[in-house]
Design a protein around this ligand. Structure first.
Ligand SMILES: [Zn+2]
Length: 116
């Protein structure tokens, strides 16, 4: 008995153009239109470990002048990255956001919603 071997098994379902983030090439410019992002998850952010960086490095007071540090928690748009993505613990996220806001006030960091 010659059993038919399924040599030609058409595997359907592999058609998925995974393009990471999609950017509108031309967005309707306008004042107050600083909305960005909005995909249903799946955005790959830099994710090291799920531990608070400040706890690991034992940074208690976050210096608002330390832009290099702050910049890691500020998105390109100028928004503060939610701690779900960064893994920063709540008390540190609070200080962090405070520091970021201070840094914004002295123009070290961009404001969210502004022209990036
Ligand atoms: Zn922490």
């Amino acid at each position: 008995m010659a059993d038919e071997t399924r040599a030609s098994e058409s595997s359907s379902g592999g058609d998925r153009p995974d393009r990471g983030e999609r950017r509108p090439s031309s967005r309707p410019g306008g004042p107050g239109g600083g909305r960005e992002g909005g995909g249903p998850g799946g955005r790959k952010y830099f994710r090291r470990k799920k531990v608070c960086k400040f706890c690991v490095e034992k940074i208690e007071a976050i210096n608002y002048k330390d832009i290099r540090l702050l910049a890691q928690f500020v998105a390109e748009s100028g928004r503060i990255v939610p701690r779900r993505l960064t893994g920063v613990c709540t008390p540190h996220q609070r200080r962090l956001s405070l520091a970021i806001k201070q840094a914004r006030n002295i123009a070290l960091l961009p404001f969210a919603g502004r022209a990036a």
